[in-house]
Design a protein around this ligand. Structure first.
Ligand SMILES: C[S@@+](CC[C@H](N)C(=O)[O-])C[C@H]1O[C@@H](n2cnc3c(N)ncnc32)[C@H](O)[C@@H]1O
Length: 290
């Protein structure tokens, strides 16, 4: 990608979001949801939902190779390998901010486990693999779409939609269940830590849910750590209109640092995926082992 494109990338997404304003208003008027229409925070979330329905599949197509490699244990130091080089997704899984189920088909493909050569096992014959998935998604429209997607990909016997924010997953009064501390083998966070409230507090909560030896699979966009102060200022400046147009998403989250600092990890492998160093929306990818 050209340097100019990387520089204006946030503005391209924001212009796309603006073009979704009329459709968002139309949907809310048709639904007679005037409360959301006239609530700045409600409208912001509804706009992001409409926008994500367009941009989500495009981002999935761009990022699928990386995310599949991550979940299959084929990422090390930000690079994709042909063979398994770290843990692959298994056991009881918590997918944070699952959205409308963009990654449900990938989870279904990985659910039988991965052998040492990096080949996926069929779920029917698998002795390892995924036994349960909690998909945490507070947006009611997305949670409904998530359930539909789970059924479409045939994961309904394994995947439970948890229709609350992660801050409530251990609260049985908030939803029909409770996730116990130390009960999760793998946490999956794909482009979601930028959107959750109180990241330090909620990442700490998620850390407590992980079993000792459990893995956190990370693919997130983060605050710029490369370049000089001008680049950091420019990202901060872009984040001002971004925060009005992109739901609760922030461009300037230090998710990598927050994850590292949240507790004791046996292993940390977090690095930028192959990037040019000129990104205003830089990413990190990898795993942490508790
Ligand atoms: C950028 S979207 C990514 C969705 C999905 N991971 C994907 O890649 O398509 C961020 C998601 O985080 C969700 N989210 C916002 N606040 C949250 C919270 N408190 N707990 C869990 N998820 C949250 C949003 O509703 C949204 O679906």
């Amino acid at each position: 990608m050209s340097r100019l494109y990387l520089l204006i990338e946030p503005w391209i997404y924001m212009c796309m979001a603006i073009t979704h304003i009329p459709a968002t208003i139309r949907v809310l008027v048709v639904a007679k949801d005037y409360g959301t229409l006239f609530s700045p925070s409600g409208f912001r979330e509804a706009l992001f939902g409409t926008f994500w329905a367009t941009i989500g599949p495009q981002l999935k197509a761009i990022n699928e190779e990386r995310v599949v490699a991550l979940l299959e244990g084929r990422i090390k130091d930000g690079h994709i390998h042909d063979k398994v080089v770290s843990a692959s997704i298994h056991g009881t899984v918590l997918e944070v901010g699952a959205g409308s189920g963009m990654w449900a088909d990938v989870l279904a493909r990985c659910s039988g486990g991965v052998d040492a050569a990096g080949s996926l096992r069929s779920r029917k014959n698998a002795s390892s693999g995924i036994s349960k998935i909690y998909g945490v998604e507070p947006n009611p429209i997305s949670a409904k779409a998530l359930q539909k997607r789970v059924n479409e990909v045939g994961l309904q016997d394994v995947y439970q939609v948890v229709p609350v924010g992660i801050e409530y997953v251990d609260d049985p009064t908030a939803w029909n269940g409770k996730i116990e501390p130390g009960s999760i083998d793998c946490i999956v966070g794909i482009l979601c830590m930028c959107s959750i409230p109180e990241p330090e507090k909620n990442i700490q909560l998620l850390y407590k849910l992980l079993k000792p030896g459990g893995h956190w699979f990370v693919y997130e966009h983060v605050k710029i750590s490369h370049g000089g102060p001008l680049m950091r200022f420019y990202q901060w400046f872009c984040n001002i209109p971004w925060s009005f147009l992109m739901g609760s998403c922030s461009l300037c989250r230090e998710t990598g640092e927050t994850l590292r600092a949240t507790g004791v990890w046996q292993e940390i492998d977090l690095a930028p995926p192959d990037q040019t160093g000129h990104e205003i929306i830089p990413h990190i990818i990898g795993t942490l082992k508790k």
